[in-house]
Design a protein around this ligand. Structure first.
Ligand SMILES: Cc1cc2nc3c(=O)[nH]c(=O)nc-3n(C[C@H](O)[C@H](O)[C@H](O)COP(=O)(O)OP(=O)(O)OC[C@H]3O[C@@H](n4cnc5c(N)ncnc54)[C@H](O)[C@@H]3O)c2cc1C
Length: 289
């Protein structure tokens, strides 16, 4: 197996342009090393950990810039992320174990493009964007169009994710990330639901609602029909019931070793209703009537 350790982004993308078909980028290695042991060995590895400029969490205008090499633990430990992007913080807080969080990077979670990737539904509801480098230039891609199938993303085989641009949600917004897994710890999500709700100024209606679903379709998805149903309305128990059922119908889950598709739909319905009730109460101070 060939092994490369580029020191700059341009060196890395030149290597990927030449060897992308047979090599793999490795960051924290928590997915790549497991694949090498249990699936297949790539022809080579491009280790990006020595590239300067891919780390750090910093304010950038009205949002945060999070470098691709930032570990899940660094996100979880960031007071800035916890205050400004609590839905992303929650997903990192519920991620695997401390040991895995210390090694796994946010860039690896994103580029793995697993439907169950913990940070993906939060990034969708935050309307975040990926910054990608290629040998012929840079591209900024909204996460809404970044994921193309299990393991497939706009990074392709030649692209390097360098950073993530995450705008702050509107003032007064409240969010939640709800994860359901077979085990309470060290398990990937059977279903993950991220909700971001913005009330109107008078706090009578949900001005904007964004719902991200993980592990229930070939890619993480936004439940856009459910969002449209809720927009501009006060949340009532009857509306939540309708919204839960609609969100479940927007999922297209599979049967696998973690759950049947039918069970995943029930969980989407339950978590959507629960998440909407929680964010409505947090945003308006009112229980759903
Ligand atoms: C025990 C265990 C528990 C886990 N639990 C969870 C969990 O609870 N939730 C969850 O979501 N995941 C979980 N995972 C999966 C894994 O930890 C995450 O997906 C992690 O974020 C991957 O990050 P990494 O830096 O280790 O990526 P790597 O393994 O280095 O890479 C992952 C993929 O991304 C590509 N890649 C990495 N960085 C870049 C980049 N900057 N540009 C382009 N391509 C890139 C690699 O080529 C590879 O295809 C778990 C894994 C293990 C082993």
């Amino acid at each position: 197996m060939e092994y490369f350790e580029p020191k700059t982004v341009s060196e890395a993308v030149a290597l990927l342009a030449k060897h992308g078909a047979e090599t793999k980028v490795i960051a924290g290695g928590t997915d790549v090393m497991v694949d090498i042991k249990f699936k297949e060995e790539p022809g080579g590895l491009v280790n990006i950990k020595k590239i300067a400029g891919l780390s750090g969490i910093a304010e950038n205008g009205a949002g945060l810039r999070i470098g691709a090499l930032v570990t899940i633990r660094e996100v979880e430990s960031s007071a800035l992320v916890r205050e400004k992007l609590p839905v992303l913080w929650e997903s990192c807080h519920q991620f695997a174990s401390l040991q895995v969080r210390n090694t796994a990077t946010i860039g690896g979670n994103i580029c793995r493009a697993s439907p169950s990737g913990e940070t993906l539904a939060p990034l969708l509801v935050l309307d975040a964007k990926a910054k990608l480098a290629f040998a012929d230039g840079e591209k900024t891609v909204p996460f809404m169009s970044f994921f193309q199938g299990p393991g497939k993303s706009s990074a392709g085989i030649n692209g390097l994710l360098t950073e993530n641009e995450i705008p702050y949600p509107a003032a007064g917004s409240k969010s939640v990330y709800l994860k359901h897994a077979v085990r309470g710890a060290m398990d990937i999500a059977m279903v993950g639901v991220a909700i971001l709700l913005t009330p109107d100024a008078a706090k009578n209606n949900a001005q904007d609602v964004r719902i991200g679903l993980g592990a229930v379709a070939p890619t993480p998805v936004r439940a856009s029909k459910t969002e449209a149903l809720l927009r501009g309305k006060p949340l009532t128990a009857a509306l939540l019931k309708e919204a839960g059922a609609l969100a479940a119908s927007e999922a297209s889950p599979i049967n696998d070793q973690r759950s049947s598709a039918e069970n995943r739909r029930w969980i989407v319905e339950a978590l959507t209703r629960r998440g909407l009730a929680q964010t409505w109460k947090a945003a308006t101070g009112k229980e759903v009537a």
